[in-house]
Structures are given as C-alpha cells and as structure tokens.
Write a protein that binds this ligand. Structure first.
Ligand code: NAD
Ligand code: ZN
Length: 355
C-alpha cells in the first residue's frame, strides 16, 4: 500500500497552551490589514473560552452551530460570510470545537481559495489550491479530526470527506484543559470513536507496522482513561485521539464505521454515538474489542440507546444497507478481499435490525 500523506507540521501540547494562540497568530499577521477568522462552537458563548480568544480589532468571530453534523451548504454559507468581512482573505482560519467544528474550519479554509461549492470537492484529491492557513483546536477528543487529511461533510448526494493534503491543519493546539468540562456522555461517545479506530485498524487486513505502532499506544491510552481512570486522563485522551488518527491514516477503519455511516445518513445519528451503537452489535467480528467496550460502558455508567431501527421503513433500511455496503475499502480492511461473500446485504440488514 503506497501512501504519501501530509501530517500536521506544527503542534503545541499541554495544559494552558491555548493561551499561546495570540503568539502563534502573530507570525501570520504579516501585513497591516491582516485579520483572522475564528470559527468557534457556539456551546462556548459567554464562557471563559470566549474571553480567552485573542481577538484583534479587524478579526472576525463566527459562532458555529453543530447541532447537526456539518453540511456542505453550511460550509458554503460560512465561506461567503468570511469573504464578505473584507476584500482580503484572512491570514488564518482558527477552528475551536469538536470534530464537527474542526471539520467546518478545514472546509472553510479550503473553500476560501477554491472556486465553486464545497460539494464539488467531496472525494479524493479534487482540491487544486492551497487553503488559507488554518489552525485546529479540539475541545473534544477522539475523532482524530485534528490530524486527518479529511473534513467529513454531508452533501446533497452523500456523506463524504474532502480528502486532500491541503485539508490538513497547518497548526494544532492540544490543550487538555479545553476538553475537561465536556459532558461525560459526549466525552465517552467521542472517546469511543478513538477506541474503535484502534480496534478496526489493529484487527484489519490493512495493518502494517506504522499503523500498529500508533494504534497500540492509542489503545493503551484509551484503557487508562476509560478502564483505570488514571490521573492526567485528559492529557491521555488527547494523545489517544492523535495517535488513533495517525493509525488509521495508514490503514483504514472497518465494519463499525461502515454501518455507522448508514445509520448517520438515514437517521442523522451523530458519529460517536452511531459508532457505539454499531460496535455493540459486532461481537462476531471484533469479539475482544466489543467485550472490552462493554466493560468501558459499565465502568462509565453508559446506557446505549436501543432499538434505534425499530420503526424505520423498508426503504430506509435498504438505503442504510446501500450506504454501508458502498464503502468497499472499509469492508475489505475488515474482512479481506472476498468480503462480499461474508457481508451480504441480508447480513448487513440483520445487523441494522439488531441496533
Ligand atoms: P461534535 O464536534 O459533533 O460535538 C458534539 C457536541 O458536543 C456538540 O453539541 C458540541 O457543541 C458539543 N461540544 C464540543 N466540545 C464541547 C465541550 N468542551 N464542552 C461541552 N460541549 C462540547 O463532536 P465530535 O464527536 O468531536 O465530532 C464528530 C464529528 O467529527 C462528526 O461530524 C464526524 O463526521 C466528524 N469526524 C471527522 C473526522 C475527520 O477525520 N475529519 C473523523 C471522525 C469524525
Ligand atoms: Zn470515527
């Protein structure tokens, strides 16, 4: 498997590192009219974080709403707003929030310099021009969006990332203080996204030493956080997310992510919780992983929603199966080249009906 992928070139890590953001932006404010665009999850309105944003007079602050996962139409609307702010492009786009907000910031930074609509670029390496310099600052850990070369968007036809080397953040700030007040349930679901990335990567047929190295360490960190409640759990969860993201960068996710995309496309189920619901039905494919996941749920007092597919129509179920089975590389990674003999539409259907 030949891959030549870009990684984040600059990283700041540590509690309180958010307070270096002004210094980091200084090097981008190179001309008199330089201005930065801050895209911040609106959950932080009127919080300390709002007060800490190093806002300069010409800067722009957009409160981003992620009640729904990002859509291409929302990205296009935000890009237009940023364009309207000034005749010049911003010197930096800063995304502060969970995976959804970071993905929105990545997408806006790309769309400021690439013509057309964001749905034109859903796919692989369709972006032609460098993005505006962009910084990612996670306030939830698990998705690996801070390190990945994609921004996952729901478009008119499909949920698919804008995958490109230009998508990768130029700078990330990993400040564990920013994730420490996340609601326990959300922290768990997003954290499990990372755990599942590790299991799917490590047990997949695409596994290699690069991915194993990152995946094993990330798995160990997830266990420290969700089974042993060790000190410094926020630091560990942040690094688990980063390492989990690096692990799948050179391998792939698997059955759980494929099925969760079906759930998300048809029912709008969010990524983290959707992965948990799907993973809980996959003991046949990931026996030890699912057992350990259930132990993590128990220790963290998590009750998964049940019967989410109970009242759906036949056509919705068909659509779920089609979306899930359309993700060939994920199934090939999980089950090998002959995956279609194992994961038939009937089998996928029966898995959805158990969720
Ligand atoms: P999220 O960003 O969707 O946020 C979930 C909820 O938590 C939102 O209501 C948000 O407002 C809130 N929130 C965020 N930070 C908070 C904090 N510190 N305190 C309180 N509330 C907070 O959640 P997520 O799980 O981080 O991200 C999921 C998204 O990431 C999905 O859109 C998914 O498609 C995407 N994703 C992207 C990649 C990638 O590589 N680009 C990988 C996996 C998932
Ligand atoms: Zn994921």
């Amino acid at each position: 498997m030949f891959k030549n992928f870009r990684t984040v070139p600059n990283i700041v890590f540590g509690k309180g590192s958010f307070h270096h953001l002004d210094y980091l932006l200084d090097s981008q404010r190179t001309y008199i009219d330089s201005w930065a665009a801050f895209l911040v999850d609106d959950v932080f309105v009127s919080t300390d974080l709002e007060r800490w944003i190093p806002f300069h007079a010409k800067d722009m602050l957009i409160w981003v709403n992620v009640d729904n996962e990002p859509k291409t139409t929302y990205v296009d609307q935000l890009t237009l707003e940023v364009h309207k702010h000034s005749r010049n492009l911003p010197c930096a786009v800063v995304g502060i929030g969970g995976g959804s907000t970071m993905d929105i910031a990545k997408a806006v930074s790309l769309m400021l310099t690439n013509p057309g609509n964001s749905h034109d670029y859903q796919g692989w390496d369709l972006i032609k021009n460098h993005a505006v310099y962009h910084i990612g600052i996670p306030t939830l850990s698990g998705t690996g969006a801070e390190v990945s070369r994609t921004t996952v968007l729901t478009g008119p036809e499909r949920k698919l990332g804008i995958n490109s080397d230009y998508t990768v953040f130029d700078q990330i700030v990993l400040d564990p203080d920013l994730i420490k007040d996340a609601p326990a349930l959300q922290r768990f679901y997003t954290g499990m996204d990372c755990y599942i990335h590790c299991i799917e990567s490590l047990q997949g047929t695409y596994i290699n030493t690069f991915s194993r190295t990152y995946g094993e360490k990330a798995l160990e960190l997830c266990r420290d956080v969700f089974l042993h409640d060790e000190p410094d759990s926020e630091d560990k969860l942040m690094m688990a997310s980063y390492f989990g993201g690096m692990s799948i960068a050179y391998s792939q996710v698997g059955a759980c992510h494929a099925l969760s995309y079906g759930l998300s496309y048809v029912l709008g189920t969010r990524h983290g919780i959707g992965c948990c619901i799907a993973f809980d039905c996959l003991e046949e494919f990931y026996p030890e992983g699912v057992q350990e996941f259930r132990e993590m749920m128990k220790q963290n007092y998590i009750e998964l929603p049940r019967n989410v597919t109970e009242n759906i129509s036949e056509s919705m179920l068909d659509r779920m199966v089609t979306v899930a089975l359309g993700l060939d590389p994920l199934w090939e990674n999980c089950l090998g080249k002959n995956w279609k003999e194992i994961m038939t539409p009937e089998k996928a259907r029966s898995l959805f009906l158990r969720m």
